[in-house]
Each structure stands twice: as structure tokens, then as C-alpha cells.
Ligand binder design. Sequence first.
Ligand code: 13P
Length: 337
Amino acid sequence: FTIRAGSYADELVKTAKKVASPGRGILAMDESNATCGKRLASIGLENTEANRQAYRTLLISAPGLGQYISGAILFEETLYQSTTEGKKMVDVLVSQNIVPGIKVDKGLVPLVGSNDESWCQGLDGLASRCAAYYQQGARFAKWRTVVSIPNGPSALAVKEAAWGLARYAAIAQDNGLVPIVEPEILLDGEHGIERTFDVSLKVWAEVFFYLAENNVLFEGILLKPSMVTPGAECKEKATPELVADYTLRLLHRRIPPAVPGIMFLSGGQSEVEATQNLNAMNQSSNPWHVSFSYARALQNTCLKTWAGRPENVKAAQDVLLVRAKANSLAQLGKYTG
Ligand code: 13P
């Protein structure tokens, strides 16, 4: 049979396997300049290019990071940025054995005709942008769209999210980038875990329907799902075992074993919660690499520890390494902290 992913098929499979390698996961550091500004404001810093550069330099040059981190998702600015010492960020990542990735979506806008829901832009010009990002050293991509439970989700919003992800995935593969497929089912809401489970089944069914229709090579993609949890405002909390039980049931019903890696987002969970939930999912042997692609759950304490002061850089890097190592252990099902 023919594998339809252009001339990059073998490379895509290799890249996906490298990112989904045992005991490692993804550092999501692709905050847009606006979101990065919010993070910097939380520690009293201005949103200048120099401050973003200082923070991102701190993250990627943490010594030995590559032992726990296989990929880093960058915002476009960072892909073309140098560290404070003048080295290309991309080169620093490669020297740490970390695959550089790139956020390629252009963010969310209101979905007219829906129940106040949103859709994700970015398909126009995507092929040429992906080709340029590959030239610049990126080897995987991310496209994040969202589905809201309190606002529906409407059939229209789910279909739009799934179709956009599938078109993006086909275009990224055609240009040598492994697409991370991320339909984030937002945590907001009072609903219980059963409701999240039902919505997740619907969303992933549509995502895989359209991925197949667009001839996406499943061996050359990675997924970034939300864990199946109760809504953030739900009175009943779920144990890591319950989250693992529902989430694995979802994955078994909807995700073909050809997919090499499932890299969860943290979505507002605390750092420890995100680690415990991942660890619980790795108590069974799974057909896919089940790992992490966390932003907040890797960065929160690190950012606070840094507080914008050069003398805190080492302490902040140590904190990042503690979280990265904890999640590495959780990927192996061996976290006991
Ligand atoms: P969080 O882990 O903070 O949810 O971010 C992951 C991410 O990249 C969302 O797109």
C-alpha cells in the first residue's frame, strides 16, 4: 500500500517516535507574545522582547533538560530568536537532544452562528509557513483549537474544530512537520466527569473521521488531548485513578494504535495533579506512548522562582528540572512524590 504523506513519510515517523520516546515528554513554551506578556506581568515584568528572550533562554538552557524533555513547542518569535548569549535557540535545543516544534495556528475567533463558541484560524498560507519553519529547524507543529462544554458544544463547533485540525495535519505533514493534533476540551464548567467523557468521545470520533478523510498518516502524528476530568467548578473532585480510568477508556475507544504518542496538556491542573494523573495512566501498559506536553504545569513555579532576577536563574532552572523529572517518572509509571 502507499503511504500518502508526500516525500517526508519516513522522516515523519522517525520524528514522532523520537518525541514519543520513553521517559520523555514535551515542554510547551509556545505562549503567544500576548500570553507571555500575561505571565511576565504576574511577576511584575514588562512584556518586552528582552524579557521574553531572558525567560526563554532560562528554560531551554536548563542543564540536562533533554533527559526528560524530547520536544519543545516554540512561538514563531522564538524559532527565529537567539539566547541572551547570542546562540540560536533552535541550536541550543538540538544540542540538548530536544526536537524544536512550532505553534502554527493563528488563534481563536468567534464562530458566527454558534452558541458563543470559537474556531481556530491559520490555514491561509499555512503550507508556505510550514516550509519556512522546516527550513528554520522545526520538525513538528502544533495547532490548538478549543471545545467548550458549558457553551454546547454545538455540532457545528465540533465539526469545524475537527475539520480544521485535519486540514492542518495534512498540510504540516506535506511539509515535513509532525502535526500535534490538539482539540482542547476546556476545563471550565460545573459538569461532572461523565459529561466530559461523552463530549470527548464525540470530539475524537470526528477528529479521526476527518484525519482519515484527509489521508493523514497516523504513524506520523501526535495527539494533545485534555484528560477526562470533572469541570473545574464541579463540586465532586476526581482521584488520579478515576481520571486515568475514564481517560484510558476514551483513548482505547477512539485512538488507533498506529498513533505513536499521546501528549496531554495540563489545562489548568496544578503541577502535582498533572503529574499524578499522568502517573496513574501509566500503571497499565498502553498501545501508545502516554506522556505530557505541559506549559503551566511545568513552568508555574519556575517562573515565580525566577521573578525576573538574574541571580535566581539557577534556582528557577532547578525547579523546572524537578517538574520535568517528576513527569518523566510519571511517563514511566514510577512517580512516587
Ligand atoms: P497547558 O499545559 O498550560 O494547558 O498548556 C499546554 C498547551 O500548549 C495548550 O495549548
